[in-house]
Design a protein around this ligand. Sequence first.
Ligand SMILES: CC(C)(COP(=O)(O)OP(=O)(O)OC[C@H]1O[C@@H](n2cnc3c(N)ncnc32)[C@H](O)[C@@H]1OP(=O)(O)O)[C@@H](O)C(=O)NCCC(=O)NCCS
Length: 167
Amino acid sequence: MCEQPIKFRPLNYQKDVKRIVQLERELFNDPFLRGQLYFYYKKYSTKGSFVATIDSIVNGYIFCIREGDSIHIYTIGVANEFQRRGIGRKLIRLLKRMAIEEGLLVVLEVSANNLPAIKLYLSEEFVTTGSEEGYYPDGSTALYMSYSPDSTNHIDNIDTDNPHEQY
Ligand SMILES: CC(C)(COP(=O)(O)OP(=O)(O)OC[C@H]1O[C@@H](n2cnc3c(N)ncnc32)[C@H](O)[C@@H]1OP(=O)(O)O)[C@@H](O)C(=O)NCCC(=O)NCCS
């Protein structure tokens, strides 16, 4: 069991990108490269992106880009040795909190083969809005999912602290 406290804070691109690229390589067969992340960081707001740190080392991240009234989860990952400890869920909840505060639609794509991630999204009120066969380099189908805050969502129902207070 992990004894070290897990801390959450907004992602700081300059400070965190190297470790995120390292984790991408560990977690994905087709990882995002530094140049791809840089492109989106320069072109869009990445507000809503967070990291989880353990002993000051980034072991979880959610990298989002904002376009108008929607926010796109570009990638999310948790280091293998720290998975199943609630980090992924907390990262999603931090983003949902912001989506409720700012009235944003959250969208993402996920491989139809990625059952752990799909379970996480469904349990956090995401719904499937479409699919595209052969979307990923390994030929797998993408599911399009979204989370839309509405009048039934209230900030107090999101079980998470404000990470800005922990930064
Ligand atoms: C998907 C991912 C981010 C989840 O992070 P995590 O910190 O392990 O997730 P949590 O501990 O918060 O788990 C939340 C829920 O997700 C689901 N889940 C997570 N891992 C699972 C697994 N291996 N098998 C089945 N369900 C799983 C469960 O419903 C879980 O809730 P529960 O623990 O109450 O059963 C992590 O597995 C990961 O980094 N995977 C590799 C990268 C990836 O696929 N990213 C998603 C791209 S779309």
